[in-house]
Design a protein around this ligand. Structure first.
Ligand code: SF4
Ligand code: SF4
Length: 362
């Protein structure tokens, strides 16, 4: 068996294999939520999974870097003590969508650059990703504009395509191979018909997606400083600084570090999710805040997501097209990524009347 190979298997047989993974790891996957939505959580059996969903509202990044993560416990005094709290317990993330897999790949790079973050890297090394390619997008999905899905060629351990009564399984890593090797019977190499069927499903999903984000054009506009300050100002007035967009974003990585004292002599150093959209995010110890105005924070967010300097540094733009910021943003339809991309696209473009005048004068 090799990475890149494709197999098919009866769904129930594969679910039985998934269930057996609970013996050595937490099994996490999609379950019915309280409001008819879907919530990823640890299950005691695969019977708790639901398969009737496109994506969860919260990004799965929380299983790798929790909202609050205790880093180490300390005691003060003549002989201070220090106890690291690394959680490297194994987990299997089942049923996550391609856009979230891409988000995790971004975190992998973020935490393994100049400074290696063992808290993240240990957890990641013990995480298995079994993703599901999307046969049907939500009307907010635009992953085809960001190379974030609906299918991927790499980044997962196993990628499933739903064929109704069977799964087509794409092998993505040695971890994926180890899972498939547990299957005693029923796993068969994908036939030409299977591969053709997969191609047709991919084409159908792509055709259902309305490509609303002209990301490449927005990158050009931002990189060439073609965006008027007045536009950032306008967006600053529209933003509530709630941080919702960054919290639901599978790509956003901002966090804060704090010491929480449990008594006068002992405490915990923790990190927790933060947002570059909060007014205190860049406040310095002196009280000086280089990005006090909302306009400056919005501008910074979109420079990080779309300027060429970051695209080059990260190898991709800071968006995977999951569409969650469309759903969460309180400035409805004004400040989510596709909306901003549309607004940036018009910058520096002659208005239609001006175009007409240019044509007549030439
Ligand atoms: S910017 Fe919005 S659409 Fe893009 S990855 Fe983040 S939440 Fe998803
Ligand atoms: S953005 Fe793409 S990969 Fe993510 S849920 Fe929607 S269709 Fe699937």
């Amino acid at each position: 068996m090799k990475v890149g190979q494709k197999y098919t298997i009866d769904k129930q047989a594969f679910l039985a294999v998934l269930d057996s993974l609970r013996k050595g790891a937490k099994l996490i996957g999609p379950t019915p939520g309280p409001d008819g939505d879907v919530v990823f959580r640890e299950v005691a059996s695969v019977a708790e999974f639901t398969f009737d969903y496109v994506n969860e509202f919260d990004p799965v990044k929380r299983f790798l870097i929790p909202h609050r993560q205790d880093l180490f416990r300390f005691t003060l005094g003549k002989r201070p003590t220090f106890e690291p709290l690394v959680d490297s317990s194994p987990q299997v993330l089942c049923g996550i969508r391609s856009c979230d897999v891409k988000g995790i790949l971004h975190w992998d790079k973020f935490f393994s650059g100049t400074y290696l973050d063992n808290y993240y890297l240990e957890k990641r090394a013990n995480t298995t990703i079994i993703s599901v390619a999307c046969n049907k997008p939500l009307d907010t999905c635009f992953c085809i504009c960001c190379d974030g899905g609906p299918w991927l060629e790499a980044g997962f351990d196993l990628q499933l395509t739903d064929f109704g009564d069977r799964y087509l399984i794409h092998v993505g890593s040695k971890k994926g191979i180890a899972i498939l090797e547990k299957i005693k019977k029923g796993l068969v190499a994908a036939t030409q018909e299977d591969l053709q069927r997969r191609k047709e499903l991919m084409a159908k999903c792509d055709s259902q997606m309305v490509p609303t984000a002209y990301v490449a054009k927005a990158i050009i506009q931002i990189t060439n400083n073609r965006v008027r300050e007045e536009l950032w100002e306008e967006m600053g007035f529209e933003c509530f600084s709630c941080g919702g967009c960054t919290h639901v974003c599978p790509v956003c990585t901002c966090y804060d570090v704090a010491d929480y004292m449990e008594s006068p002599t002992c405490g915990v150093r923790l990190r927790c999710w933060d947002s570059c959209q909060y007014s205190g995010f860049t406040r310095e110890a002196s009280g000086h805040n280089p990005r006090e105005k909302t306009k400056e924070r919005i501008k910074r967010r979109f420079y990080h997501k779309l300027s060429y300097a970051y695209v080059k540094l990260d190898g991709h733009q800071g968006c995977v097209g999951c569409g969650r910021c469309i759903t969460v943003c309180e400035a409805i339809g004004l400040l989510d990524l596709p909306a901003v991309v549309k607004r940036l696209r018009r910058e520096g473009q002659p208005e239609p009347e001006q175009l007409g005048a240019q044509r007549h004068s030439s």
